[in-house]
Design a protein around this ligand. Structure first.
Ligand code: ARG
Length: 457
């Protein structure tokens, strides 16, 4: 039975149903819809629309439905209802008859869907914060187990300066911390209640909007009914948070795919997060990481899709807005899956510290150090940079590392170079010299790691 049949003489076409019905996907909002309805039944009882007995019967039936919704046993497929709101109402009417026909008094599906989706979003924000905390914990875990490993740091994917492995891990921890703070931030903005705004202009019934907001855990009611029923900023904000976090994960995946390559060989990944080739028996492919990178496409696409959907909509509600759900549902699911698999991948990392150190030593990553050595001897940095560059060129021609050149060879470029230069060209030395806050020296890295360890519950 349709919710709006009275004015119509003919039924909907099959194709109209296909384009218009949202039950196939907004069934995901079942428990939020039911909880919203329980709160609404209380509000309209207080407004004098329902007797206490009617409210209690409704609440009892709704609570029974909630149990089924949470157990995933509601039979949506047998229903011909248009959306989750009509599904819940029709199910109640079937059980309770006329009493249930009173539930929608003073309410519209417009304030209802806005409420349901805010509740859903809020719950998922909390789950995603927990997922992000887990990824942080995995990164801190692998960092703690490999505290002293040094590997090359890159710019332009050229070996630039060596860094400690925990420093690399903590760089991603910083990104995931920002993702968490973005979620906390948007949670505050979304946590307002549209209930009582009606279709667009507010309801005529004396609903205590503060009370119903409180009942559903919202901080306050939305302040303008036109805005309340047609605001989907919370959807956009969560899609942006998802996109940014997926981008962070994709960059991490890209680093790890490279570290795992035959060429780098810095890490190996567990069998449980890699796959083989049907043709080439030797292969062990980093599929999980590739999918963390690959799934960005659809998540970014959902953000773009929703922006475009909203941009031309006049106030207030328009059916276009029904398109808000599938993109967000999918983005949240993919983000959650990626955060979970990220933990498994990180937990499975085995480092080859020898290869890391060898690569860090190669590629003239200590050339900056030589320049700084000359600066300490009174040479202006620009000149020192030039001298160090000439040393690199000479070493390249001799197929040697800088520290493999003899003191006589080095002194051809500057007579200020003395035997003590060999110490400063050592890997450990040049890493530890970066002891500034935020640097890759053992002191700042240990402090940063300890601070993160202390945060993990
Ligand atoms: N299924 C709709 C949606 O998701 C619910 C609101 C429908 N409101 C309306 N006036 N047709 O947006």
């Amino acid at each position: 039975m349709s919710l709006w049949g009275g004015r119509f003489q003919d039924g909907s076409s099959a194709m109209f149903r296909r384009v218009n019905d949202s039950l196939p996907f907004d069934r995901a909002l079942a428990s939020q819809d039911i909880r919203g309805s329980i709160a609404w039944s209380k509000a309209i009882y207080k407004a004098g629309v329902l007797t206490q007995d009617e409210q209690q019967q409704l609440e009892q039936a709704l609570r029974a439905l909630l149990v089924k919704a949470e157990a995933g046993t509601l039979d949506f497929d047998a229903s011909s209802e248009e959306d989750i709101h009509s599904f819940v109402e029709a199910t109640l009417i079937e059980q309770l008859g006329d009493i249930a026909r009173k539930l929608h008094t003073g309410r519209s599906r417009n304030d209802q869907v806005a409420t349901d989706f805010r509740l859903w979003t809020r719950e998922h924000v909390d789950l995603l914060i927990a997922d992000l905390e887990n990824v942080k914990a995995s990164l801190v875990g692998t960092a703690s187990h490999n505290k002293i490993v040094i590997l090359p740091g890159y710019t332009h994917l050229q070996r630039a300066q060596p860094v400690r492995y925990p420093h690399w891990c903590l760089a991603y921890v910083e990104m995931f911390k920002r993702d968490i703070s973005r979620l906390r931030d948007l949670r505050v903005r979304l946590n307002q209640s549209p209930l009582g705004c009606g279709a667009l202009a507010g309801t005529t019934y004396p609903i205590d909007r503060y009370e119903i907001a409180n009942e559903l855990g919202f901080d306050s009611p939305c302040l303008n009914s036109l805005d309340a029923v047609s605001d989907r900023d919370f959807v956009l904000e969560l899609l942006f948070a998802a996109s940014t976090s997926m981008m962070h994960m994709s960059r991490m995946a890209e680093d790890l795919i490279f570290f795992n390559s035959g060429e780098a060989g810095f890490i190996t990944l567990g069998d449980e997060v890699t796959s083989g080739s049907s043709l080439m028996p030797q292969k062990k492919n980093p599929d999980a990481l590739e999918l963390m990178r690959g799934k960005c496409g659809r998540v970014f696409g959902s953000l773009q899709g929703m922006l475009v959907t909203m941009k031309g909509l006049p106030l207030a509600y328009n059916k276009d807005m029904q398109e808000d759900k599938e993109g967000l549902l999918d983005a949240v699911t993919q983000w959650h899956i990626c955060l979970c698999i990220a933990c498994e991948v990180i937990d499975s990392i085995k480092l080859d510290s020898e290869r890391c150190a060898k690569a860090a030593r190669e590629g003239y990553a200590n050339a900056t150090e030589l320049a700084d050595y000359l600066v300490a001897k009174g040479i202006p940095f620009r000149t020192a940079h030039d001298i160090s560059g000439q040393v690199v060129l000479a070493a390249l021609e001799k197929k040697k590392a800088i520290e493999e050149l003899s003191i006589a060879e080095l002194q051809q470029f500057s007579d200020l170079i003395e035997n003590d230069v060999y110490e400063i060209l050592q890997l450990e030395y040049l890493v530890n010299k970066r002891s500034i806050l935020g640097g890759t020296g053992i002191d700042p890295v240990s402090k940063a790691l300890d601070a993160e360890l202390a945060q993990i519950k």
